[in-house]
Design a protein around this ligand. Sequence first.
Ligand code: UD1
Length: 355
Amino acid sequence: MKIISVVGARPQFVKLAPIHKAALAAGVEHVIVHTGQHYDPMLSDVFFEDLGIAAPDVHLGVGSGSHGVQTGSMLAALDAVFDEHRPDWVLVYGDTNSTVAAALSAVKMHIPVAHLEAGLRSFNRRMPEEHNRVLTDHAADLLLAPTEVAVGHLAHEGLAERTVLVGDVMTDVLFEVRDQVAGAPSALIEELGLEAGGFYVATIHRAENTDDPARLAEIAAGLAGLDKPVVLLAHPRVVAKAATHGIALTQGSLISHAPLAYADLIAAAVSSAGVVTDSGGLQKEAFLLRVPCTTVRTETEWVETVQLGWNVLANTAQEIAAGVTRARPSDTDQAPYGDGHAASRVITVLAEQRR
Ligand code: UD1
């Protein structure tokens, strides 16, 4: 069996790691295509190196641009790649422009497409990720869902026959890295002279939170006013927008810092008093690590984290302050994201459903 994985953005490299490992273990031919959507070393190369992923076989070098230019450039370049390799499956990941471009290119070439992390919904049609997910799910031949809730959304949209519940592959990586960093001091704590449990880790990158200057200024001021130091692991998008609009990302309690490699992020989150984020992956990682999370959004796709008490949605500076100082939730033995063996299940399902 031959699979082409198409990835392009940071969270996709994390999801690729366990899939690549499971594909190798099963003797599957696995071709990795990097669209080039993320190109900064700290958003891309460091993940391949640290998570033991083979270097991409094909790099499209698409880079940044408007949604249309970025997605269109990927589409044009992917046709030739798929035509040359003619895989049994094109595997697409998550909800970025790289995901929808690869799904559309493959389906038009009659190459079977599987969507990993299918069925997530925010029901917020202003998010670019929501269009990407819905379009990809409806184009794909096989929908690999991470949770029961995702399976329900797909059934509701008439896609039950193409859906298989496999669990969440990010959980596979998280469990492994959590065990590797357990007991080791966090490099971030040492670098910034922080106290374990005496700081928050923050990430903000979504268009809804960064593009409008008033919105970004309110979030920065909210973080700056918190009761403990807040280390903002600043994605290039938030750095660029803050510079354009003259908004300080280091002020009051707020300290701007470069993004971290995956293991360093997990070590920092484990040692923190809480996480404040608009990232999907980090909400779930915080839950799995049992670190309280405050999500700076009006909704979340990972509803289980909220239902189980480990995540709250916060939309204003006051709500963020209330979120981080709330009482620690009680622990749960529920495991809505699976057992940490989702990737080998994905490879098994792809082999079984190969045409
Ligand atoms: C993308 C995904 C988002 C995902 C996020 C993970 C889409 C629509 N969005 O958002 O779903 O959560 O990745 O990080 O696909 N930039 C750099 N260096 C880079 C990459 C980007 O400086 O390596 C800057 C550029 O100014 C660029 C901006 O960040 O214009 C936005 O990058 P883009 O890839 O369009 O979207 P993300 O915000 O990263």
